[in-house]
Design a protein around this ligand. Structure first.
Ligand SMILES: Cc1cc2nc3c(=O)[nH]c(=O)nc-3n(C[C@H](O)[C@H](O)[C@H](O)COP(=O)(O)O)c2cc1C
Length: 205
């Protein structure tokens, strides 16, 4: 199927088939799409947690479900992806320049003008900014899943603070969005697309 047909095929899945697991190979492809997503300055100021639906994680998934108004996706999916925005921006910049310079002091010095420029944006970096990065990564993940004919659902209908607490996340993370992955349940009603017409949505100039 073409890229567009796969986007037409995908829909926000409400209930997954508990018996169908996303393979490690396919999961890795979705995770790689997230890793390759573009971000502001390339800083990748976000973190992803992947919760596999295993007996070990069932209790956690049930708690997360109850913090998500009992939405069935949470504990019926194969894997739950939790996107968090980072808030420790100076550390994020430092890590990025360590990576970019290959942890080489001389190379880092050669990059100092650019590093100063990025550091100059530090006062404008806030959690809304880093959350935007997570949504772009989420978009890449949705498209990658569709390409692999894996069902998914973008979600922000949950108690973000409770998620943070249940998962015991560190201070520098703010939960932003989640994305369950799996295969649609047999009794799941496939949702048809409701979209504005191209001419109502897009203006060519
Ligand atoms: C940011 C965002 C948050 C969403 N949150 C939820 C959610 O909490 N629960 C849910 O069932 N669907 C959620 N959706 C799915 C949308 O309702 C759905 O994508 C939209 O109606 C378009 O339908 P389609 O994805 O099936 O084409 C969310 C979608 C986005 C993009």
């Amino acid at each position: 199927m073409s890229f567009t047909s796969n986007l037409e095929w995908r829909y926000a899945t409400k209930k997954f088939d508990l018996n169908k697991k996303v393979s490690t190979i396919d999961l890795e492809k979705v995770l790689e799409a997230i890793r390759l997503a573009p971000t502001s300055y390339g800083l990748q100021a976000f973190h992803l947690h992947v919760i596999e639906n295993t007996p070990k994680n069932l209790e956690t998934l049930r708690k997360l479900k109850s913090a998500s108004w009992e939405q069935a996706q949470i504990d019926s999916c194969s894997h739950l992806l939790v996107f968090s925005a980072r808030t420790d921006f100076a550390k994020s910049i430092d890590e990025y320049f360590t990576l970019l310079s290959g942890a080489n002091q001389e190379a880092r010095e050669r990059l100092s003008a650019y590093e100063d420029l990025v550091m100059g944006s530090l006062p404008r970096m806030n959690v809304e900014w880093s959350k935007k990065q997570t949504y772009l990564a989420l978009g890449f993940a949705l498209a990658a899943a569709a390409e692999l004919q894996i069902d998914s659902c973008p979600m922000e209908g949950f108690d973000h603070e409770k998620f943070h607490e249940i998962l015991g996340l560190p201070e520098n993370l703010v939960v932003s969005a989640i994305m369950p992955l799996g295969y649609r349940a047999e009794d799941e009603k496939v949702r048809t697309k409701t979209r504005f017409k191209k001419e109502d949505l897009i203006t060519m100039i």
